[in-house]
Design a protein around this ligand. Structure first.
Ligand SMILES: [Zn+2]
Length: 322
């Protein structure tokens, strides 16, 4: 029987209540500071054009040695002017993107108010999704083999611009008491499309299953991130027949691997991981679903390449310096 209790993480909450688990953002703060200061120091002054900017240990300031220009090293990043330290941002975002914990549960583990944490995670997510392609290009990575493309239907039960449900925030009281299952209008159905090639995972959400409008964009983005694209393997969806890329397909009714060895198992596997992750939101708007699915794909790509936490930090901050 499915109940309102979260699927995972309740015993973990006890450990935090007992003080057995404590998060220490300081090591991450230090990495973010080192990384951002190094990037600033390599830049020229936006005011006078002086070749390099100055940064010192023990100070947040970045300044120009020639003119008056100065700023703070977090300027332009989601870490700027926030009540959360960079390390807290990153812990929250990693718990969000890399575990099945809900944002409510993460708020409980980290303690800031739910609203603040929700906004900060979403900001970090927006920056991460935007910055990923630039950082991916820099990660020395040979992506080869066929690109497997698959699609699945997903119903959004969107918040329609409203705040997400706030349940189980009450530390002391009964968790059931604070829990109100969100019963908004059932949203639209979208098509999630995934392109998987080697360690790269690109997911997007589309309105339907038309090739040009709905299926092609994710294939093109996968091509951008892993040039050249090579052969595309799909299931038997007729829409794919119109694609210009070299492609082969497997018809699932005939078995999951064609006689020629064509399959979309990587994409099927991605769905099996993505579905429970999306379920933790208990409803997402179309736009929220698109962003969340994309986040999962990109984070999965970083994890599959065994990228260090620096790569994640770079994704979040890279657009501040472009
Ligand atoms: Zn200057």
């Amino acid at each position: 029987m499915c109940t309102d209790r979260p699927a995972l993480g309740e015993m973990l909450e006890y450990l935090v209540t007992l003080g057995a688990i404590e998060f220490r953002p300081e090591p991450l703060d230090a990495i973010v500071e080192r990384r951002l200061k190094a990037i600033w120091a390599a830049r020229s002054c936006p005011n006078c054009g002086e070749d390099t900017l100055q940064a010192l240990d023990g100070s947040d300031r970045i300044w120009c040695g020639r003119c008056d220009w100065k700023t703070t090293y977090t300027r332009g990043t989601p870490f700027y002017d926030s009540e959360l330290a960079p390390g807290e941002f990153l812990i929250a975002f990693i718990l969000y993107a890399d575990t099945l914990l809900s944002i409510n549960q993460i708020a409980f583990l980290l303690s800031p108010s739910y609203k603040t944490l929700y906004d900060r995670i979403k900001e970090t997510e927006t920056a991460f999704v935007r910055g990923f392609p630039t950082v991916w290009e820099r990660i020395s990575q040979t992506v080869g083999g066929p690109t497997q493309v698959d699609e699945t239907q997903q119903v959004c039960s969107g918040f329609k611009g409203k705040e997400p449900p706030r349940e189980g925030l009450n530390r002391g009281g009964s968790p059931e008491g604070g829990r109100t299952r969100w019963t908004g209008e059932q949203g639209d159905e979208v098509t999630l499309v995934a392109a998987c090639r080697d360690v790269l995972r690109v997911v997007s959400a589309a309105e339907g299953t038309d090739y040009e409008d709905d299926l092609a964009p994710v294939i093109e983005q996968a091509a951008d991130l892993s040039q050249p694209l090579g052969e595309v393997w799909t299931d038997g969806l007729p829409a794919y027949q119109g694609m210009e890329h070299d492609h082969r397909y497997v018809v699932h009714d005939d078995g999951y691997v064609s006689d020629q060895g064509v399959h979309t198992n990587q994409a099927e596997c991605l769905w099996s991981l993505l579905q429970p992750w999306l379920a933790k939101f208990r409803g997402l708007s179309k736009q929220g679903l698109e962003q969340a699915a994309r986040t999962y794909g990109f984070l999965r790509s970083l994890n599959l390449t065994r990228a260090p936490v620096h790569a994640l930090i770079d994704c979040v901050v890279v657009n501040a310096f472009r």
